[in-house]
Design a binder for this molecule. Sequence first.
Ligand SMILES: Nc1ncnc2c1ncn2[C@@H]1O[C@H](COP(=O)(O)OP(=O)(O)OP(=O)(O)O)[C@@H](O)[C@H]1O
Length: 555
Amino acid sequence: MPTLISSRFLLLVGESLHLRRALATSRSVLLHTSVKCMSQVEPNHGSLTLSSIGFQTETEAGNGSAFNKVKPFGSPSENLKSKGKPFDINEKKKKAVRVVDKQQIEFAPFAAKSFPELGLPHVLIERLEKEGFTVPTEVQSAAVPTILNNRDVIIQSYTGSGKTLAYLLPILSVVGPLREKGGDDGDENGKKLGIEAVIVAPSRELGMQIVREFEKVLGMDKRVVQQLVGGANRTRQEEALKKNKPAIVVGTPGRIAELSASGKLRTHGCRYLVLDEVDELLSFNFREDMHRILEHVGRKSSPDPNSNAGKSERQLIMVSATVPFSVVRAARSWGCDPLLVQAKKIVPLETVSPSEPVSLSRSSLPSSAVPSQAAIESLPPALKHYYCVTRLQHKVDMLRRCIHALDAKFVIAFMNHTKQLKDVVFKLEARGMKAVELHGDLGKLARSTTLKKFKNGEVRVLVTNELSARGLDVAECDLVVNLDLPTDSIHYAHRAGRTGRLGRNGTVLTICEESEVFVVKKLKKQLRIPIASCDFSEGKLLITEEEETVSTSSC
Ligand SMILES: Nc1ncnc2c1ncn2[C@@H]1O[C@H](COP(=O)(O)OP(=O)(O)OP(=O)(O)O)[C@@H](O)[C@H]1O
């Protein structure tokens, strides 16, 4: 349904882009060579510097074995080996019991290229090194040069693969104090250029997280980036815009549209418009605000409303782990000859058809598989998926037993209804497990304090709703639990993606009632992943059901 609505919205918003198309044709020749080179790059995990990204290797942990040789129980490869084995129901509960190892790295998504090879300014590379970013991820390696080539893009790669830096770095190469010509953030005459990049995200948390990522790279002058999220004091944001004259603003659709309509935020001369979690931004809720943003950001007003002459060269960057066809259609409508950029592939959007929204390698898929195709693409490869069955009233107890059995340290538990979160927190706390609730009804301050407590390890379990399913980046999160079933495979994938970030291992457990097992089996089929049935007994994870065949023929 949201997809349908979004597409209708797109048709309404449709705009002519003759000017940009003409310009893009000329520059596409330039791009061709680089795209060709990039698509030949093979990943080389040997170039990864683990210590630079804060991983602890098995060797460091005293195990003595190389981290990349570890194949933990239930890993995708191991589970696939069992495919086709007949499942003997009598063998139930007799399976070997193994404690799942913590935070191992199964598959690190790092590219063979280095940051200097991507064409970034020297001063920016120095900053990255200072912050411990030494090796770009595959999607960064593909996206950075493409964006630097002025192309409109959709960036699609699985959750936790570094999509934020993939657009942030090329923007900072052109905008702000680390840009190519260095010096200050003004033009040649030292005059401020106004807002040059607008980044839109669907939630305050995600907006704030993006600002932090910018600040991590910028380091020094925090006034370059201004946060414009809803729920925060609007007058203060207006004052900061006036005083600091930021080059980049990051915010939620409502607040950006509101400030734009009131004339306090002038974005007509803006060069970049980024839509992060674009599929979510296309939902009905954001329709009017997004309409305003798309019509005004980077659009110079012209005396003749039918003329494109006054329109500026805004570059459109759309980002998400899940790219359904509605996003492809949106990009075609708003962008100028956009490209689809994935970890190892860059293709023109024109070549993407409705039956194969983002993956050209899976062209044999029937159109009935399309809705879950976007979700399949978004799942980090190193996740392990389980489900266990219990009665409704025992779900929290099962959650607690699971946390103990896996010795999980950073747990995100998802529920569907805000009202129930408090009750779960209360039950966990009553059993001595520190927990906290996070949802949209909390004020901005309460939300950021809660997140801080979770991130710094003060609380072990974050009990939350769909609000946290997208974008939330807590590197150490080692367990995601569905206390309520997600509504579909896309929601499952985004929830699951809160763990297994940047190649780390992670576990996803769905706790359901007997009557809901068929939904889990449906998810398993749609996502083409093994979701093993399990139980928790004597502090251990027990696999209670052999994996059924998981079709990978088209993957
Ligand atoms: N090249 C890199 N080296 C080390 N760490 C990196 C690199 N790129 C990104 N990271 C870190 O990886 C984490 C995940 O990145 P990010 O949040 O951008 O992922 P994502 O693909 O946008 O995930 P999601 O789809 O869930 O929003 C962040 O903490 C980020 O700082």
